[in-house]
Design a protein around this ligand. Structure first.
Ligand code: FAD
Length: 514
């Protein structure tokens, strides 16, 4: 076993640069005696170019690598994301009832001494017109009013309202590349790998590039996207497919200019359900990123492109769409011997709820903290693989939740999504328990969850899941206190609207300040 002195990250998309910068920072690549971090990316193979919505964990990650927030906003064409607005998910368009709900990133209000609000909302103590998210956080009103999550006076990466970002994936990779090379000691090589050589133990000996000959390291991080050049192709690691649970396997993506320079920018992703999937609509600073994610079992590519164009209307005139194919699933052993796959090379669920980049963050964090300095990969890879697999399984449940609670029965896509055979038993068990009590933190193993109880609650009750607390009514005897709390949330929301700037104003001011 040779000690690990050098890491070679293969691939320069979001996965490559985020992992390289995180590892370089955590492992002291810029310091004498630190671990050497090198990144090789092909000048000829482009990145996937989507992946514009993130999860709130990104704030901690970007802050940890020492990136300047204003620079990031300015250079990555970034905006704030305070949650996801789901349109037409619970019921078909035009059916009576609410046609949208918000999954906000701020947790439900929980002030000291006040009761947990969810049971009281279920028992009808909140004003009837307030959906769950609106009753328990101010974020719905703040986002509906077009406000950002922070004031200019708030510190970098700090904000009163929890948030993530939207950004342009190509520009984001460029920002990280520059930061990684200038500040963190990463060595970048522009070269295309033509062949991966294995040693007699089946580990990677080196990669052969067209431009720079052979490159070798003690640990390889495969960030080559869907190609999975090292982990999938060279090492032949298997694939755990989740396509029987999550049907979407294609997306048409488009970059759409704003009609006017001062068009307001929503600070949430708009996820609208359609006949065989859903569209994402992301407002960046200088353009929109829009796409239709769909199931090829339930529609064809021509019809799917039409759905996207119908959604966009005139805004799509003259624009071309890019088709991307994928399959929900993950590598059975993303860390094999001296190679660990991160990003699309290691797995992908689907774009709903932006799990792709968050899984990259988790993987980078795990690699840094489990780092096998003595070269003993076996125990570390076992731990890493178990933790990633457990996360994926929990994410599959959470994403499936969005589909299987829908009351839509207008197309085979929605009908098939409620077929019990497509709903994992783990999810069925959770839903069974939550019919007579709401989700509790003890239902979750927090170190393995990407989505905490609040997210499950926002989606469950946004989708109008019924938890019948009537048998327990006597237990909840703080109704008046809860009523006061519901009123306080609305009061604070009113104050926040006076205090927070319009989202576009905030983004432009931050970009100017850089
Ligand atoms: P890529 O971007 O494909 O990068 C691969 C890299 O490998 C490139 O630099 C390429 O040059 C290099 N490479 C490949 N072959 C070679 C070779 N032979 N030699 C040298 N270099 C090579 N995630 C989210 O979190 N939020 C979202 O909203 C979201 N939306 C998505 C929508 C769609 C339709 C899809 C498909 C994915 C989405 N994702 C999203 C996932 C997200 O896009 C990815 O997780 C993220 O972009 C990381 O991609 P990557 O770096 O793994 O791969």
């Amino acid at each position: 076993m040779a000690i690990v002195r050098k890491v070679l990250v293969v691939g320069g998309g979001t996965a490559g640069w985020l992992t390289a910068t995180y590892l370089a920072r955590a492992l002291g690549a810029a310091k004498p005696g630190g671990i050497v971090v090198e990144l090789v990316e092909s000048p000829d193979i482009s990145i996937v170019g989507v992946g514009e919505g993130t999860f709130p964990s990104i704030r901690g990650t970007l802050s940890a690598i020492g990136l300047d927030e204003n620079k990031f906003i300015a250079r990555a064409n970034a905006t704030f994301k305070q949650g996801i607005r789901f349109e037409h998910w619970a019921r078909s368009p035009g059916a009576p009832g609410r046609d949208h709900y918000l999954h906000p990133f701020s947790a439900p209000s929980q002030r000291p001494g006040a009761p947990e609000l969810l049971p009281y909302w279920l028992l009808g103590y909140a004003p009837k017109e307030l959906a769950f998210a609106e009753a328990v956080t101010m974020q719905k009103r703040v986002t509906d009013a077009g406000r950002g999550p922070k004031r200019l006076s708030d510190g970098p990466w700090q904000a009163p309202l929890n948030h993530a970002y939207h950004f342009d994936a190509a520009r984001f990779a460029d920002v990280l590349s520059e930061h990684g090379q200038r500040e963190l000691g990463i060595v970048r090589r522009a070269a295309t790998i033509e062949r991966v050589e294995l040693d007699q133990t089946g580990a990677i000996a080196c990669v052969h590039t067209r431009e720079q000959g052979a490159l070798s390291a003690d640990l390889y991080v495969d960030c080559t996207g869907f190609r999975s050049l090292l982990c999938g192709q060279a090492l032949g690691v298997g694939w755990r497919s989740a396509k029987d649970v999550l049907f979407n396997d294609r997306a048409w993506a488009m970059q759409v200019p704003y009609e006017r320079k001062d068009t307001p920018i929503p600070s949430f992703t708009i996820a609208r359900a359609h006949e065989a999937g859903w569209t994402w609509d992301i407002g960046l600073h200088e353009r929109r990123g829009v796409g239709y994610v769909f199931s090829s079992r339930h529609t064809d590519e021509t019809r799917a492109e039409q759905v996207l164009r119908d959604y966009l209307g005139k805004a799509a005139d003259g624009l071309t769409a890019k088709l991307i194919k994928f399959e929900a699933g993950h590598r059975t052993a993303p860390w094999h011997k001296n190679c660990v796959a991160v990003g699309l090379a290691g797995g992908f669920v689907e774009p709903l709820e932006s799990t792709g980049i968050a899984l990259i963050e988790i993987a980078a964090y795990l690699i840094a903290h489990l780092f096998p300095a003595d070269g003993d990969m076996a125990p570390v890879s076992k731990t890493f693989n178990a933790m990633m697999a457990a996360r994926y399984e929990r994410i599959f449940d959470f994403i499936k939740l969005h589909y299987c609670l829908s009351q839509r029965r207008d197309t085979p896509f929605w009908i098939d999504n409620v077929d019990a055979a497509s709903i994992p038993q783990t999810l069925q068990d959770k839903l069974a328990m939550w019919r007579c009590r709401p989700p509790h933190r003890l239902d979750f193993i927090s170190d393995l969850e990407m989505f905490l109880p609040a997210s499950w609650q926002y989606v469950l009750y946004g989708m109008e899941f019924r938890t019948d607390l009537s048998a327990m009514r006597g237990v909840y005897d703080q109704g008046e206190s809860a009523r006061r709390e519901f009123a306080a949330v609305q009061h604070v929301a009113g104050l926040a609207l006076d205090d927070l700037p319009a989202h576009r104003t905030l983004v432009e001011a931050m970009a100017r300040d850089y």
